[in-house]
Each structure stands twice: as structure tokens, then as C-alpha cells.
Design a protein around this ligand. Structure first.
Ligand SMILES: Cc1cc2nc3c(=O)[nH]c(=O)nc-3n(C[C@H](O)[C@H](O)[C@H](O)COP(=O)(O)OP(=O)(O)OC[C@H]3O[C@@H](n4cnc5c(N)ncnc54)[C@H](O)[C@@H]3O)c2cc1C
Length: 553
């Protein structure tokens, strides 16, 4: 594959848009793109409006100083083997999106001086745990059965998201009778009902960064979905994260639709409680039969709805019932040398000072100079088989840790690169501390560093149009999944929501939200969407996953 420009989408200009579309989608995250692609495959003309300079939301990638980094796609599970997720990606990209399996050891959890390799495949995972916790064999198998059970009952749990809200209301009342009770427990509650072995619990929750909350706060549902999602290993888009949007956009264009960037929507136009279109910040009005917001629940209700509608619906009360997820810091680093020369594998590292995830997070949230509660290190260039063609002789690393928006709030109204010395000094301090974490594991990289920069919650606010630096939209606490307003169908006729907040965060969760919203929009014809997925012919473009896949159940 030749080196391609990382930006995707067409730059918005008032004269480039049509005056009316079947559907307008605000935001080009994977949920929005999936929704737009499904509708396009059903013959609708869809206009996707993305405020950033490139499409993809958290699946976008960016270039700087001769390097390229993803921002929110470090690895995706289940797509390197036959699965519903893979099938949905194939449908919306019409088979264009390819995935490469990571190394068998996709994650390594490092707790103080102990290391636990999470190797693809249920048996490998179980064997590693039994080997390290020989007295806990029964518990380990019970745990694996439990996450399998959660996965089995998940379609039932989320079925209401594809129904009309009144029906979903009734369904969700009887739902507790249809699914195991762990669906309504926190991760810690569910795990402590299996074992009191805190060391084992710390290891089992060693991927908590994937859902952004410590085990005592995160719902077990979210934990189990993530654990199961990666049980057969991880995969990465061939050609980098920007391939996700690049491969889906032609599906949307085929029905006369388009994905516009620099397309900042100011407000949804509502007349007589019906969404009739959107007004852009430059004043351009575009009308549509339906409007879908992929901008996140908070942005949708607090920023995109007219004030009067906000009051009529009581959105402040809704917002008081949910909380926005943690912010994060990320070092984007570029190194001289290929992965082979530098001895880098594709295994993600999850580094913890000790096993007290809740305690460490609380200490750090109270004092940013405290030990990082979690440092996650990803090696994107090692995951992409096409990287060396595009960036010969170079490698990239990303180092992520949680952060609080408050630490950066004083610079909220300043401009990028003009935030002043104090801000730069704070960034530099975090950067050096995070790089040290990398060099502790990979000292050979120390004198190969060529370029690096740190993103803060202000960066997230800028490229996502968030206001709390939140990295995973809303938090995944237990009661979140009972909130009727987190539904694809809103009380405003013709206005829908899609993306993480109507399902779960994660590329897979937001992708499925795109499908659920499409079903909800089709009403009695929802089956047409499901049919597209069911009837898609199995592709054969998986790159290097086949061995891994066949070896593991
Ligand atoms: C650091 C990090 C690492 C992650 N790693 C992984 C991972 O390894 N694997 C995984 O599965 N998931 C990962 N995730 C999570 C995953 O990327 C997201 O949950 C998912 O992509 C969210 O998709 P979405 O459809 O909800 O929309 P988003 O990606 O949130 O997109 C919303 C879009 O709406 C746009 N928008 C907002 N307001 C407006 C407006 N007024 N007008 C126009 N556009 C607007 C935004 O610019 C944005 O593009 C990670 C996230 C982060 C932050």
C-alpha cells in the first residue's frame, strides 16, 4: 500500500451541500459512520457533518513531523475472526477494511514486579491464570463462564435499544428476570462474589483502562464485555486507524451522500417538536427527514438542542443522573528505527504501581504528583503490517494515563500553542514522567526518541468538541444502563442518537450503536438492517489472523 494522506472526508463549504437529505448525521465517530452506511445501503442519501478536520471521531489518526498516530483505536477484539463485529465492519465498508491480528500476547498486565501475559484464546488465558493462582482454578473457570454468560445474554440486555422507547420502557422493567443478576452489579461486587483473592481480582481487572473506571465503580457488564471482547486476542486496522473512515465513506457516497469535515453544527432545528434539519455555525441551514446525533449524549442535549427544547425535556435533570468519563493524557512518540531494529512487539503494556486500583486512582485524582494509577503503553507501528511501507525506518509509541480536567481548566479559553509557559511546564513534567515509564521497560528507546508531544484534556475537547476532556463519553456505572433517555430514539420526532452513549464505549460498542440506531429508525422495517448483516458473504481478507483464530476457541 502506498503512503496515503491520513485525513478523510470532504471539506465543508455551504455551496457543496445539498439543501435537503434523507438523513443528517452529526459527528463522524464510528457510530455515526456505521449508521450513515447502513442507511445508505438501504438507499438513503445521508449527509455526515464532522466538526474536526478529518472524519472518524476517536478512530481518526493524525500526522506530525513525519509520523502518524491513532488517537482512540489501540486494538479491537473479535474482528480478526468470524464474528458479528467483523461482519458489521465488512457490511459497512463493503469488505474494504482489513484487520491484522496482534501478537498472541496482546496485553501484558504488570503489577509492581509481577507480569501477567494475556495470550489470545480462552484456554491460554485460563492456563496462565491457573499457573499463577494454582489454588483458584475453580474460581478462574467460574469467572470465564461468567463473562461468557454475560456475552450470551447481552443481546437480550440491549434489545430495548432497538425498540420504540415506550416498548423499551416495558421491556426494561422485565429485563432483570431475563438476564443474570451480575448485569446489575459493579465489577468488584461480581468478582468478590467469586473470590476474596485480591491479587487475582487486580489481575482480572488489569484492563480497567479500557472502560475508564476502577472496578468498584464500573459495571460488571462493561468489564465482562471488554474481557470477552479481547479473549481471542486483539487486532489493528491494516494501514492505520484512518482506514476505518476511509473504507466506510465510499459506502455513504454511493447513495449520493457525503462526509463533510470542518462542518460544525451549531443547533438542531426543531419545529413543532420535530427535527427538520441543522444550522451550521456559519448560518447555513440544511434540512433532512431525520437528524441523528453522534456527538455524544451530553453534547447533544446540552449544546445541540435549542434552549426551549432543553427546558421542555428537562435535560438538566437527565444530565444530573449521569457522569462524564475520566479525561486522559497521552504521549505520542516517534522513534528512529523499525520495530524489528528497536525490539518492539505489538503487546500492549498495562503498568500498575500495585494491585489497589481504586486506592491508587483516588490518590492520583487528589494529587497529580502521586504515582500514576495506570500507565498504558501501545506500539501502533508494530501492529500495522503496512507501517514499514508508509514510514520506513520509524516506529511509534503511545503512553496513556488518566487525568482530571480541573488540572487544565485554567487554560480552557486559551489557544493551542499559545497557552503559556506554565502550561508547557506542566505538560513537560507529565511527558518526562510518562517517558520514564516507557524507558524503564524499553531502555533501548532512550536515545532513539525523535519526536514527542503530549495531549491533554484540552486537546480532547478541541478535536472532539467535548467540554470535560472525557475520553469514553459517559461513565459505565451500573445505573447508566437503566436510563430511558440513553436511547437511540429521542422524544423529539425525527431526532435520534447513536454512538457509545446509547450502547457502550469502545469501537465495537459504538459500532453496534450505529446498527441499533439504524434499526430503530427503520421501525417495522428494522429487519432490513439485520438482513444486510446476516446475508453478507463471508470475506476472506483477514491478513494474518487465521492461525491465531483457528487455534483458539
Ligand atoms: C485514548 C483512547 C484510547 C482508546 N482505545 C480504544 C481501543 O483500543 N479500542 C476500542 O475499541 N476503543 C478505544 N477507545 C474508545 C473508542 O475509540 C470510542 O469509544 C469510540 O470510537 C467512540 O465512537 P462514537 O461513535 O461514540 O463517536 P466519537 O468517536 O466520540 O465521535 C463523535 C464525533 O462527533 C463530533 N462532533 C461533536 N460535536 C459536533 C458538532 N457540533 N458538529 C459536528 N461534529 C461534532 C466529534 O468531533 C467527533 O468526531 C479509546 C478512546 C480513547 C480516547
Amino acid at each position: 500500500m502506498a503512503k496515503v494522506k491520513v485525513r478523510t472526508g470532504k471539506r465543508f463549504r455551504a455551496k457543496r451541500v445539498e439543501s435537503h437529505y434523507d438523513t443528517i448525521v452529526i459527528g463522524s465517530g464510528i457510530g455515526g459512520l456505521a449508521n450513515a452506511a447502513f442507511l445508505s445501503l438501504l438507499g438513503k442519501k445521508v449527509c455526515v457533518l464532522e466538526q474536526h478536520y478529518t472524519a472518524g471521531g476517536y478512530t481518526h489518526a493524525y500526522e506530525r513531523e513525519g509520523y502518524e498516530w491513532d488517537v482512540g483505536v489501540h486494538y479491537v477484539g473479535e474482528v480478526h475472526k468470524p464474528s458479528t463485529l467483523r461482519r458489521v465492519f465488512d457490511v459497512i465498508s463493503e469488505g474494504r477494511l482489513q484487520w491484522a491480528a496482534m501478537d498472541d500476547e496482546y496485553d501484558r498486565v504488570i503489577i509492581a514486579d509481577k507480569e501477567y501475559g494475556f495470550v489470545a484464546g480462552r484456554e491460554n488465558f485460563a492456563n496462565m491464570l491457573v499457573d499463577r493462582f494454582p489454588g483458584e482454578e475453580d474460581v478462574i473457570y467460574q469467572y470465564i463462564d461468567l463473562i461468557r454468560d454475560v456475552s450470551k445474554y447481552t443481546p437480550k440486555f440491549f434489545a430495548g435499544q432497538g425498540m420504540a422507547p415506550w416498548m423499551a420502557g416495558i421491556y426494561n422493567k422485565v429485563r432483570p428476570l431475563l438476564v443474570p443478576k451480575v448485569f446489575y452489579q459493579t465489577t468488584r461486587e461480581a468478582l468478590e462474589s467469586l473470590t476474596q483473592n485480591q491479587e487475582l481480582i487486580s489481575v482480572l481487572t488489569g484492563q480497567w483502562g479500557n472502560y475508564g473506571q476502577a472496578p468498584a465503580d464500573a459495571s460488571f457488564l462493561m468489564h465482562a464485555l471488554i474481557a470477552k471482547h479481547y479473549l481471542a486476542g486483539g487486532a489493528y486496522p491494516v494501514g492505520g486507524a484512518s482506514e476505518i473512515a476511509r473504507s466506510i465513506i465510499p459506502t455513504i457516497q454511493k447513495s449520493g451522500g457525503e462526509v463533510f469535515t470542518y462542518a460544525d453544527v451549531e443547533e438542531v432545528i426543531i419545529k413543532d417538536n420535530r427535527a427538520t434539519g441543522v444550522r451550521m455555525i456559519d448560518g447555513t441551514e440544511i434540512s433532512a427527514d431525520n437528524v441523528v446525533s453522534n456527538a455524544g449524549f451530553y453534547n447533544t442535549v446540552k449544546k445541540l438542542l435549542p434552549e426551549q427544547t432543553q427546558q421542555q425535556l428537562g435535560v438538566d435533570d437527565w444530565c444530573s443522573q449521569v457522569q462524564r468519563s475520566s479525561a486522559h493524557l497521552c504521549v505520542y512518540a516517534g522513534f528512529k528505527g523499525t520495530a524489528e531494529e528497536l525490539g518492539l512487539s505489538s503487546t500492549n503494556l498495562w503498568i500498575y504501581p500495585d494491585g489497589d486500583h481504586e486506592g491508587n486512582l483516588a490518590k492520583y485524582n487528589a494529587n497529580p504528583d502521586a504515582e500514576f494509577p495506570l500507565v498504558y503503553i501501545s506500539f501502533p507501528s508494530s501492529k500495522d503490517p503496512d507501517w514499514d511501507n508508509r514510514f520506513p525506518g520509524k516506529s511509534t509509541v503511545e503512553i496513556v494515563t488518566p487525568a482530571k480536567m480541573e488540572w487544565f481548566a485554567q487554560w480552557e479559553d486559551s489557544q493551542w500553542q499559545k497557552r503559556g509557559d506554565e502550561y508547557e511546564a506542566l505538560k513537560e513534567k507529565f511527558t518526562q514522567r510518562l517517558l520514564e515509564k516507557l524507558f524503564e521497560r524499553h531502555p533501548q528507546l532512550r536515545d532513539k526518541l525523535d519526536y514527542c508531544e503530549l495531549s491533554t484534556p484540552l486537546s480532547t475537547n478541541w478535536y472532539q468538541k467535548n467540554s470535560a476532556g472525557e475520553m469514553l463519553a459517559l461513565d459505565h456505572f451500573v445505573d447508566r444502563f437503566k436510563k430511558p433517555f440513553l436511547h437511540p430514539v429521542t422524544p423529539v420526532k425525527g431526532l435520534y442518537m447513536t454512538g457509545s452513549d446509547v450502547m457502550t464505549a469502545g469501537v465495537g460498542g459504538a459500532l453496534m450503536a450505529g446498527m441499533m440506531t439504524s434499526c430503530a429508525m427503520q421501525g417495522r422495517k428494522a429487519n432490513q438492517v439485520i438482513k444486510l448483516v446476516k446475508e453478507y458473504k463471508e470475506p476472506s481478507n483477514t491478513t494474518s489472523a487465521s492461525d491465531t483464530v483457528q487455534a483458539h476457541p
